[in-house]
Structure formats: C-alpha cells, structure tokens
Design a protein around this ligand. Structure first.
Ligand code: FEO
Length: 392
C-alpha cells in the first residue's frame, strides 16, 4: 500500500497484514491486522509516529524512500509490532531521535538493543515543536504495557493513540466506514489484552476527555473520523456494568457434560437470561473473551479427567482469571466417573475473580432427571441474582 494522505502534511504509512491469523502465539486474528505508522511534517521538523512489525519493514522503508529527512521517531509503545522496524529506520535516518517515555526507553533498549544516545525521553504533558505543529505527549500507561503514551496534535485535533482504540482488522479503507465491523474488531482487541487494565484505562480516558478530538489515528485498524463512536464504546467496556448474560465455556468427552450444558442453557433462556456457549475443544478464545467482557456470570462445564478438570477447562479458567472480568457469579457443572477434585482445582486457578461461587452441580456418569432438575434450579438462582443486581 502506498503512503496515504490524512491532511496536508500528515500521512498514513504502514502495512496491511491480510494473512496474519495469530498474535503472541495466542490471540486469534480472524480479520488480519494493520500496523499503522504516520508521517507528520512541520515547517522545520519531520516526525514518524511508530514503525511496523519487523515482518513488514521493507514496506515501511519503501514508503519512506522519498522522505529526505526525519528528525524524530515517536515510539508510543515498545511492543515489537510497532517498534520492530526502529533499527532499520534509524539506519536510514541516523540523525533521528526516538521520542518516548522514560519507561519505554528502558524497554526499547531491553527488547531491541538500541543504543542509549538515540533517545529523547518526554514527560507527561511535555511538548515538542515541529514548526507550525506542536506535539503534546500524554502518558497513558497500561494500554496494555506500562510504558505507553499517546500524542495529541492540537492544530489538527488529531489523537495518535497506538494500541489504544485500535482494532485488528485488515482493510484497504483508511477511515472507518463500517461501524459494526470495527466495533467487533475493536471489542475483541480490548477484551483480549486491555480488559485486565480497566482501572488504568479509565484514568487514561479521563486524561483525554477535554481534548478537542476530531480524529483518532490508532496503530491498528482504521482511522476514526467520528471519534465519539469509539470513545463511547470504550466507556461502556471500561466502566459499564456487566450484562444479563452467562458465559458457558465447556468441554465434554462422552456427552454427559454436554447434556448438562444444554439443559442449563435452555433453562437460562427460559428464565430470560442470555447465554453463550463455547465448546473449548474448538473455540476461538478471542470471541470468548468478548463475551467474558460483558457476562455477569461464568459457568464452566467440565468432565473430570486425571483427577481434575479437563485441561481445556483449566485453560479457560486461567484465561478468565488473567482477564479480570466484571462477572459477579461463578458456577461449575460437570460429570465425573468415580471422583476427583475438578471444583477445587478450578477454584484455585481463579483467585482474581471477585465472584460469588455458586453451589456446583456435579453428577456421576450420565445426568439423571434429578441432576437436570438441579440445573433448572441453578438457572433460576442465576436469574434471581441477575435481577437483584438490576441487570434485567
Ligand atoms: Fe500493537 Fe501492544 O502492540
């Protein structure tokens, strides 16, 4: 993709990664992603905002081929999908300084072995003049690493936000045109990596709330020409209450647990509680993380194997624990052959969950009618508690 103009003297650079399907060897990217960099020209100085993933360095260098001079590279975030081409950019522009937070400097030295003398660190609120354009740096830690910052360009009312407000969505559109599609990708991204840091992100939203922002230019996905759209979504994801929704991740080996899951899901729906099922043997964990972001209740369905929960159920519990969801209730259901410690093990894997743990519903072998009735009672209890929480 060629360099593309946002405004006079402000250009999108970067790469569209149509094929990438996994991030951090963990997070599914069903729609690929982009690594956005931006070139901002003043009358005296020129700055590049972030770089691209190392796999796309040649794309960025091609876009910079006719750029005669670069004074600054603004490094909002040290993670390699944005910083990974810094070394190559500095080789081409050896006079350029890397502008970042003090914490980012440490991390970029650790991660990329860059020399100390290439850095210019900036404090929170510090400004840097390009000539006719002033960059204001705002420290916004924990989006989703500790060193992150954003840049506000007051003359153009643009916020360059890096991961903040980003979405993993490969598209030839420079600007957001399909709100629904972008909402799905941005929510997935938030749920996968930012959800655990909601208190810090709330502070960051507060920090930018009085800025006059016409455009948000993130480093993944499309540019927001109507920033209120994504700002409102973030407000809900960060501070909104959980929804009248049960997340029901499960795994079943011989269909007993599956029968229990089906009965509970049916009973919940009959009680007016929304439920989303995820078969952990085949599920997309990003999709599950999105539901986890909203759910007031998590119920894990697992058989007992090797004396404990199925390893896939343990994986879901570890993920939920790491993402620190808003959920208020936790249930465990499942079948066992002759005994075991599935419940105790799952409870030990979820110390971060601030939840009321409901009485587990376990059965020996196939669920009998009495077991299924206990699931109906569990559904009624969840519905009653959701009502008490004011969720419906
Ligand atoms: Fe897009 Fe945290 O890197």
């Amino acid at each position: 993709m060629n360099k593309r103009k946002l405004r006079d003297g402000i250009y999108w650079l970067g790469a569209i990664d149509w094929e990438r399907r996994l991030f951090d060897s963990l997070i599914p990217l069903p729609d690929g992603t982009t690594y956005n960099a931006y070139l901002v020209e003043g009358t005296e100085k020129v700055a590049l905002f972030d770089t691209v993933d190392p796999s796309k360095t040649e794309v960025l260098l091609g876009q910079l081929a006719d750029v005669p001079r670069l004074d600054y590279v603004i490094a909002h975030h040290a993670e390699q999908d944005h910083s990974g081409s810094l070394g190559s950019v500095l080789e081409k522009f050896p006079q350029a300084k890397v502008v970042c937070t003090p914490r980012a400097k440490e991390m970029l030295i650790d991660l990329l072995a860059l020399p100390e003398d290439v850095f210019l660190t900036v404090g929170d609120g510090e400004e840097l003049a390009l000539g006719g354009r002033m960059l204001r740096f705002l420290h916004t830690p924990w989006v989703h690493w500790p060193e992150t910052m954003v840049t506000y360009l007051a003359e153009d009312h643009i916020l360059f936000s890096c991961d903040f407000f980003g979405s993993h969505l490969a598209s030839s559109d420079l600007w957001v045109v399909d709100d629904c599609r972008v909402e799905e990708s941005a929510k997935r991204y938030f749920a996968e990596i930012m959800a655990p840091f909601r208190p810090q992100i709330e502070k960051n939203l507060e920090k930018i709330k009085d800025l006059e922002i016409e455009v948000i230019a993130p480093s993944h996905g499309q540019v927001y020409g109507r920033p209120r759209f994504i700002l409102n979504l973030y407000k809900d994801w960060v501070t909104g209450p959980p929804k009248n929704l049960v997340l029901l991740p499960y795994v079943s080996m011989h269909h007993s647990t599956r029968k229990m899951v089906d009965r509970l899901a049916t009973a919940l729906a009959d009680q007016g509680v929304r439920v989303e099922l995820f078969d952990l043997a085949v599920t997309d964990i990003g999709k599950m993380a999105m539901v986890l972001l909203d759910a007031a209740t998590i119920v894990i369905g697992t058989p007992t194997i090797l004396v404990g929960p199925h390893p896939l159920a343990a994986y879901a519990a570890v993920l939920a624990n790491a993402l620190r969801p808003k959920a208020r209730l936790l249930g465990i259901i499942g079948s066992y052959g002759w005994g075991g410690k599935a419940v105790e093990t799952l409870a030990s894997l979820t110390p971060n969950l601030k939840v009321e743990v409901l009485e587990p519903v376990l059965c020996k072998g196939l669920p009998r009618e009495s077991d299924l009735k206990r699931l109906d009672e569990l559904a009624a209890l969840i519905a009653r508690k959701h009502q008490e929480l004011g969720l419906f």
